[in-house]
Design a protein. Sequence first.
Length: 379
Amino acid sequence: MSSSSPQVLADYLILSLPQSARAKEWLEQSLNSGKQPLYKLDVPDFQSGTLDSLVQESEDLSKIDQQLGSAVSKVIEILASVSESKNNSRIVQSRSIFDFVQNFHWNTSKYRLDKPINHLVKVISSEAITLDNDVRSSYQNYQAAKSNFLAADRKRNGDLSIKSLHEIVKPEQFVLDSENLVTVLIAVPNNLVSEFKNKYETLTQFVIPRSAEVIAKDSEFTLFTVTLFKKFQQEFINSAREQKWHPRTDFSYSEETLNDLRKEFDVTKATESKQKNELVRLGKTAYSDIVACWFHIKVIRVYVEAVLRYGLPPQFDNYLIKFEGSNFKSVGKAKKELIEKFGYLGGDGYTSVNSNLHEYASLVDSEYEPFVLYDFEVV
C-alpha cells in the first residue's frame, strides 16, 4: 500500500489445510506461541467443474480479488476525504467487519450454490464493480459541486478584482438605457490610484471628464466606475489592462443578473451539501456491500485453490488467523512457521512437477506455497 492508502486495522491470514485435528491444535497452541486468535472459516461445497476450468477461474479470481481490494480502499479514501469524523468503525451488513469475517456464512439467498463457480464469480464481481463505479461517479459529482461552491465563495469573499459586486453596486452609479453611453467598472490596485486618476480620462476618446467615482475599497484594490461612449468601450478596457488595472468585464448592471448572483452562493452551498450527503450515504452502503462481495470472492478463491492443491472430494479445513495492533509484525514470522510445519504438503510437487494437481497448482501462483494461504486486510 502507498503512504496515502487507508490505515490497516487488522490483517487476517486465510489458511486452508487437509482435514486434521492436529493441525487445528497446533495452530491454536503453537503458531506464534499461541498468541494469534484462530477462527474456523465456513467454506461451502461449490459446483467445481473440471480442473481445467478451475485453473482459469483461479487466474480470474486473482485479478478480481485485487480489483475489489482496491475498490474498498478507494471507498474508504473517499469517505475519509469528505467526513470530519475520526471514527474508524467499519460496518458490513449491520455488523462490524470483524464480526462479519470471523463469523462468515455464505449468502445462499443471493448466491445460490447450485450455480457453477464461474456464474457466481461473474454475479458477485459485477455487483461490486457497479458499486465501485457508482461511488466514483458520485465523488466526481461532489467534486464538481464543491468546485462551484468554492468559486461562489471566492466571488463573495475575494478582493474587489474577483468578488461578486452584487452587494456593492447600486443602480444610480450606472448610466442605464443609454444609446451612446456606458459605465464600466475598474478595480485599481491601491498603489496605482493616483496614476489612474491622472490617466483615465485620456486612455481613449470620449471618456466623460471627472466621471470616475469610488464605489468601494479593500486592502488591495479601489473600485471605480468610469463613464464613456460605448463605441470606445473595448479600447478603454484594453488600455486599462495595459496599465495593470482590472476591468470588471464580467459585470454588467442588470436586476435579473443581480438576483441570480445573490442566489448563487446559497444554491451552490446547498448543492455541495446535498452531493456530500449523498456521497457519504452511498459510500457507506458501497463499503458494506463491496467488502461482502470481496470476502465471498476470497472464499471461492480458497475453495478453488484448495481443490487444485489437495484434490477432490473437498476434504479440507479453513481457518482465519487474526493479526492486529502490536502483532502486525508477526505476520511474516507466522508464515515462516506455517511453511516449516506444513511444508510437507507440497511433497515432490513443491520442488518438481510430477502430478496433475501439482502441475495445475504451479500454473496458478507464481509464489507457489505448499498450502493455500491468502491475506485479507481490514482497512
